[in-house]
Design a protein around this ligand. Structure first.
Ligand code: M6R
Length: 610
């Protein structure tokens, strides 16, 4: 996730900014930059890679008492020097750093280009600085220019702007991306999270949505976008650095589980067209026809991403009526796979660096078929080596066990399904609109699950000492059972297996006794009655049944020892909800067993060996 830090005061801004950016490194980033204002001139230094590299560059420029710095996690455009923040206007007067996404950046760019502005980067942010420049040329007032510009902007932002012609102020604004102002003695700071400023002060003011702050060395003035003054008391921060980095959560994994309403919103942002019930993904525009006319999809992935691919198979075959084959990337390359004309290969990877997946996609390319990516890390090797693709925009995932990336992968697979199904006319416009409407409701429904974790915690307490677990689901929720079992294995070291619920009677049922917890996903869909029979089979052997359900009826209530209720949605979207209690169950069990949740033994976040 991008990081922001801004400074005005008596200290050497170079040092304050670099130190602040280092504090933000834990959020993940791929390039960094600063803008320093002294002697009515702004020096901009930026680089792909680490803040230490930036630190070396910064030592060679003039000292400054005001400046802004940024760590960028690429969303629009590769992680290159030119795409790194800060961005400058045409005249070199105004510099900006920005977190968030400017959704109407293409329209703004067209308009601003026609007004004579020259764009240098592929970022959405650059449109913003030229827009501010445009208003500055009419007002000669930075605060007003920012305020007017923001009225023309669709999207989210946490931003800080400074101008060489107004060397005593920083102007900041927020909509959707957090900003906190640090109040010091003859100095003030601003950052995207408090970790970047608590070395200097613990007295802070949080900026709210649609507010602007004008920050000078001795003063902070808050206003709304209508220029009305806002009074807000400062708060005193008492928590430590580690707590701040984890956003107040005990572990990164829990933080990332709780980010899912936002990450799902980000995966859909700007990609859903309500009116025509279809999706729109910039990264696939040029290959639309190839995808729509494909005879078969082959999806390659590992681990959690492989589970997402399996969900994709259910979705795409059911709605887009396209045959889908899902392969473990590690198996694919060694089994002499047959690829034919009309095949489209997809590689799914959170990190974009998994060697097995990379090797498999290179193998696939040898057959001359198109290879597309579904990746989280922008500019990663898989993103670069695929012909086209879609970023899932989940932000950096620090916990080794993948959680938010999985649900974002499912969100993107649903977007692809919607695109292909509508183009192939296997679903109607009306059905497309219904799917879009349900997609829009997902963040709120995820939040409902996250707001009711009490029952999950108590189940974790009861079963934390179990030696084995079974996870069972049917249809589109069978891969979710696999994912639930993987999560538990990875972080609590309890042996767990996932199966299609009906498969149990073909073998695994022999394992069931009163020590065996069995977690069923039994949603109110067409498989519900069948799953109830499977639950009965487990109960008859005294197994302990935990059920993820929508609206449990009396039959289910009688059979289940515990029911975790989740909101209802349409079947193809249901894995995005049903996996969340399973992530939480694994998390709480692992914590209660005293395991290292964020860095489980023997596992690495990015597996770059075969
Ligand atoms: O980065 P990728 O999505 O390619 O990673 C694939 C697997 O290594 C990964 O999903 C792994 O299974 C995680 N530890 C799951 O939590």
């Amino acid at each position: 996730m991008c990081g922001i830090v801004g400074y005005i005061g008596d200290k050497d801004a170079r040092e304050v900014l670099v130190e602040g950016l280092k504090r933000l490194e834990y959020r993940g980033y791929d390039s960094a930059g600063v803008a320093l204002l002294a002697n009515n001139r702004i020096d901009v230094l930026k680089t792909p890679g680490k803040v230490t590299k930036l630190e070396e560059m910064v030592s060679g420029v003039q000292q400054a008492k005001i400046g802004i710095g940024h760590t960028r996690w690429a969303t629009h455009g590769e992680p290159t020097t030119v795409n790194a923040h800060p961005h400058m206007d045409c005249t070199g007067n105004i510099a900006i750093i920005h977190n968030g996404i400017i959704e109407n950046h293409s329209a703004l760019k067209t308009k601003l280009t026609s007004l004579g502005h020259t764009f240098r980067s592929q970022t959405d942010t650059e449109a913003l600085v030229h827009l501010i420049e445009e208003f500055y040329s009419r007002t000669n007032n930075l605060e007003m220019a920012v305020r007017f510009a923001l009225k023309d902007v669709d999207g989210t932002f946490g931003l800080v702007v400074m101008a060489a012609s107004e060397p005593d102020i920083l102007v900041a604004a927020r909509r959707g991306s957090p900003l906190v102002i640090g109040l010091g003695e003859s100095e003030n700071l601003i950052a995207s999270d408090a970790s970047a400023l608590i070395r200097h002060t613990r007295n802070v003011i949080y900026l709210h949505d649609n507010e602007i702050a004008v920050i000078t060395r001795n003063d902070v003035a808050l206003k709304n976008l209508d220029d009305e003054t806002i009074e807000r008391e400062a708060e005193h921060l008492t928590f430590d650095l580690e707590q701040i980095e984890k956003g107040g959560f005990d572990h990164f994994m829990l933080k990332e589980i709780n980010e899912q309403p936002e990450t799902i919103r980000n995966a859909f942002r700007g990609r859903l067209i309500e009116e025509t019930g279809i999706s729109n993904m910039g990264g696939l525009h040029e290959v639309d026809d190839k995808i729509t006319n494909a005879k078969r999809f082959v999806i390659l992935a590992c681990g959690t991403s492989w589970h997402a691919a399996l969900v994709g198979k259910y979705i795409l075959e059911q709605y887009a009526k396209i045959p889908v084959e899902v392969d473990y990337a590690s198996e694919f390359r060694y089994r002499n796979p047959v690829l034919m004309e009309g095949d489209v290969v997809w590689a799914i990877s959170q990190s974009g660096e998994t060697l097995d997946t990379l090797a498999a996609l290179r193998e696939a390319r040898k057959s001359g078929v198109p290879v597309y990516g579904i990746v989280n890390v922008v500019g990663s090797t898989i993103a670069r080596e695929t012909d086209a693709g879609v970023y899932i925009h989940a932000g950096p995932e620090i916990g080794v066990a993948s959680t938010k990336a999985f649900t974002s992968q499912l969100a993107v697979l649903n977007l692809i399904n919607l695109l292909v199904a509508r183009k192939r006319k296997t679903i109607s416009e009306e059905q497309g609109r219904e799917i879009v409407a349900e997609m829009r409701k997902l963040p709120g429904k995820i939040q409902q699950i996250l707001d009711n974790t009490g029952v999950i915690e108590s189940i974790a307490e009861e079963f934390k000492d179990s030696r084995n677990f079974l996870y069972l689901g049917r249809g589109v929720n069978f891969p979710v059972a696999l994912e639930g079992a993987l999560k538990l294995k990875e972080i609590s070291y309890i042996h767990a297996e996932g199966y299609p619920a009906a498969e149990m009677k073909h073998g695994p049922i022999a394992l069931i006794d009163d020590n065996m917890p069995a977690v069923f996903i039994a949603l109110g869909d067409s498989t519900y009655d069948k799953i109830l029979s499977n639950i009965q089979e487990v109960r008859a052997r005294k197994g302990n049944v935990i059920v993820i359900a929508n609206e449990p009826d009396s039959r289910l209530k009688e059979l289940a020892r515990h029911i975790i209720q989740i909101p209802k949605t349409i079947d193809i979207l249901s894995p995005i909800l049903s996996v969340i209690p399973l992530q939480l169950l694994s998390y709480y069990i692992a914590v209660k067993r005293g395991c290292n949740v964020d860095q489980p033994r023997n596992l690495a976040k990015s597996v770059t060996v075969e």
